[in-house]
Design a protein around this ligand. Sequence first.
Ligand SMILES: Cc1cc2nc3c(=O)[nH]c(=O)nc-3n(C[C@H](O)[C@H](O)[C@H](O)COP(=O)(O)OP(=O)(O)OC[C@H]3O[C@@H](n4cnc5c(N)ncnc54)[C@H](O)[C@@H]3O)c2cc1C
Ligand SMILES: *[C@@H]1O[C@H](CO)[C@@H](O)[C@H](O)[C@H]1NC(C)=O
Ligand SMILES: *[C@@H]1O[C@H](CO)[C@@H](O)[C@H](O)[C@H]1NC(C)=O
Ligand SMILES: *[C@@H]1O[C@H](CO)[C@@H](O)[C@H](O)[C@H]1NC(C)=O
Ligand SMILES: *[C@@H]1O[C@H](CO)[C@@H](O)[C@H](O)[C@H]1NC(C)=O
Ligand SMILES: *[C@@H]1O[C@H](CO)[C@@H](O)[C@H](O)[C@H]1NC(C)=O
Ligand SMILES: *[C@@H]1O[C@H](CO)[C@@H](O)[C@H](O)[C@H]1NC(C)=O
Length: 465
Amino acid sequence: MAENFAVPKYWTTLSLVLGFMMLSATGTSLLLPSLGDIESLLLNDTGSINSTSTDYGHIVYEFPAAVLNPTSPNDIVSLILSANNNSAPVSVAARGQGHSVRGQALTSGGVVINMTALIRNGSRIVVSESPSLGSYADVGGEQRWIDVLRATLERGLTPVSWTDYLYLSVGGTLSNAGISGQTFLYGPQINNVYELDVVTGKGELVTCSSKKVPELFYAVLGGLGQFGIITRARISLAPAPKRAKWVRMMYSNFSAFSRDQEHLMAPNGFDYLEGFLLMKQGPLDLSFYPLLDQPRIAALINRYGIIYYIEAAKYYDDSSRKTVDKVVEKTIKGLSFVPEFLFEQDVSYIDFLDRVHTEEENLRSLGLWEIAHPWLNIFVPKSRISDIDSGVFRNILLKQNVPTAVTLIYPMNRKRRGLTLEPGRTPLGRQALPMMVALFTSIELKTCLRGISSLPLEPPCYKHN
Ligand SMILES: Cc1cc2nc3c(=O)[nH]c(=O)nc-3n(C[C@H](O)[C@H](O)[C@H](O)COP(=O)(O)OP(=O)(O)OC[C@H]3O[C@@H](n4cnc5c(N)ncnc54)[C@H](O)[C@@H]3O)c2cc1C
Ligand SMILES: *[C@@H]1O[C@H](CO)[C@@H](O)[C@H](O)[C@H]1NC(C)=O
Ligand SMILES: *[C@@H]1O[C@H](CO)[C@@H](O)[C@H](O)[C@H]1NC(C)=O
Ligand SMILES: *[C@@H]1O[C@H](CO)[C@@H](O)[C@H](O)[C@H]1NC(C)=O
Ligand SMILES: *[C@@H]1O[C@H](CO)[C@@H](O)[C@H](O)[C@H]1NC(C)=O
Ligand SMILES: *[C@@H]1O[C@H](CO)[C@@H](O)[C@H](O)[C@H]1NC(C)=O
Ligand SMILES: *[C@@H]1O[C@H](CO)[C@@H](O)[C@H](O)[C@H]1NC(C)=O
């Protein structure tokens, strides 16, 4: 099983999983034998069915027969046992925050487990310490990362590896990878987990780790919910910094941009490192930048068509307050961003980590959050990353004037300490410097769907894009 554990494998198997889901039969009646105590926890009213029939992607729609609102992990065990006892197969899908984009948390005619219901069970974020592990948190699979952050910060501690957006469930991101600008230092979130409680397909509640039932542990991490349901994760913690120096540097030349990104992966530099695209066909959100600078930034983007920027952060606290500016200055020395196009903010650690939430609020207020979100994530080796720029960014998006929403480029090095779970077990494949590019285009579909009063089962314009 261990050799199966590789992030690139997940990215390549994704389409197969979805293909299966889309072909599965539809149906609304569900007759499970011997439901016993959990019968009262199964809902099939239109509202419950409706709200679990799609996800953030708003591309796939599948209607479950019922929704389980568990009061404890034992209710999930009961459901699985009962489903296994059925003469006909019953499909079960865990739903965290439902922020998948291609129906991963949906099931047609089966049971959706509303993981969020477990929150009512009480305190399911417990911070502890042990001589062998140091600080760690035992966290319910249903918990959102924002709540994990708030709870651990109360103790002066923090998880080290993040996603850009924190209103995602722990079980949901650990079923993927959990990637953000800290991955180049610590690996994805699935690399920072000591132990899991998992309800298996046989209905057993199993505690697993790299030492205990490792096949299950490595299958579930990054397993897209196909190998069991995570009810608890033990996550490593470190002392929390107080604040972040948050910088953005703009490039007109992709090779200079990616060369500098790679250079910035060196130790003792930034704590967070990502890259973005700004395209003239927009939409442009320049709210990060001082009002006075926005016109010259817009002019730069117009002049080149595409501007790349490196976003980075250096964390600090009271003891490093006096030296942090020097460290940032030294770290960026010799970089070849466009002169005078370096911008900086100084924010609290939590505001930095929660930065996407501000964007969410903006988009919600514009009615641009609950729309279709086609989204592509790929790992690209260093040797081919410039082909993505010339082939996709320039030759397709720019040339055909395709409006893009967010395009992210994360540098990663699989050889770096922290990226390897154990010798020989690397989640990032064999390339020296794979990079991930996430393309997330939404505007066209928004235009497409506008004017359609009820959401269609098959988005009518999707195929044309
Ligand atoms: C705005 C936005 C920003 C994002 N940013 C990032 C990012 O920066 N980095 C990144 O890595 N990802 C990012 N993602 C992707 C995100 O990590 C995944 O979509 C993740 O699965 C969402 O978590 P969720 O709780 O909404 O999961 P769901 O959509 O509810 O579920 C996702 C999958 O996990 C399974 N699952 C859910 N809970 C459990 C559980 N407890 N046990 C086992 N399986 C479970 C589901 O069955 C499904 O297969 C982003 C998504 C959005 C919408
Ligand atoms: C809900 O389930 C009950 C029995 O469990 C069934 O009689 C009823 O038809 C279901 N309602 C819908 C809308 O499927
Ligand atoms: C179904 O959910 C959508 C949002 O996802 C909402 O707009 C619609 O009104 C809901 N319909 C019913 C019948 O609940
Ligand atoms: C919480 O979960 C435990 C088992 O993990 C269970 O025994 C208990 O009844 C649950 N509490 C509530 C209030 O549902
Ligand atoms: C399985 O079904 C049989 C008969 O339908 C029942 O006696 C038994 O208790 C069920 N077992 C479980 C675990 O639900
Ligand atoms: C899921 O559980 C949460 C928390 O109890 C609740 O607010 C929400 O309505 C539930 N969703 C469904 C579809 O039952
Ligand atoms: C980017 O810079 C490299 C040299 O570093 C140069 O070879 C290349 O032509 C430049 N590309 C563009 C688009 O300006």
